[in-house]
Design a protein around this ligand. Sequence first.
Ligand SMILES: [Fe+2]
Length: 172
Amino acid sequence: MINTVYSNIFSDNEIILINNIINKELGRRVIVEDESFVNSTEHNYIIKSLNGRMMLEHLPMPLNIFEKVKNIVGSEYRGLGSVYTEYDPKHNGNPSLNMHYDRFNDNLCFDYQLDSSTVWPIKIEDKEFILNNNEGITFMTKSQYHGRPEKIFKDGEYVKMLFFFFEKVSNE
Ligand SMILES: [Fe+2]
């Protein structure tokens, strides 16, 4: 069901595996700290770091990790890919995520909280959700208005998220 919070998503070992993948990608990619990444076609090779947000797109994710999330969202969905995002003022600014609709397709996003040292609710339409670590929530990226309330992050405050994207498998 959309906008449901799920708990205890991954095992300790799976979380270690995910962190290893993230660290490996951080080690091999080039950091881009200005708007030039907007027009980049090198999404596999760069770390986007601007406005309090650091992002790794096209994160290589083991099948068993993706399958676990797929089992939660349901067999009518097909996995598209995953993105890692870190909100932290050390990434060139105070994090903010104004309410918005995503462009392009109305995919389902499984918004997973890998780690955080602070509370920053997720707003979907007019409802606020607070995730704990190792919890996730589903929402539709284009048809549901989503974002986060304004918050001034202090040094040491961060929120680390993984986004798993899915599209509906058509019956035709
Ligand atoms: Fe969005």
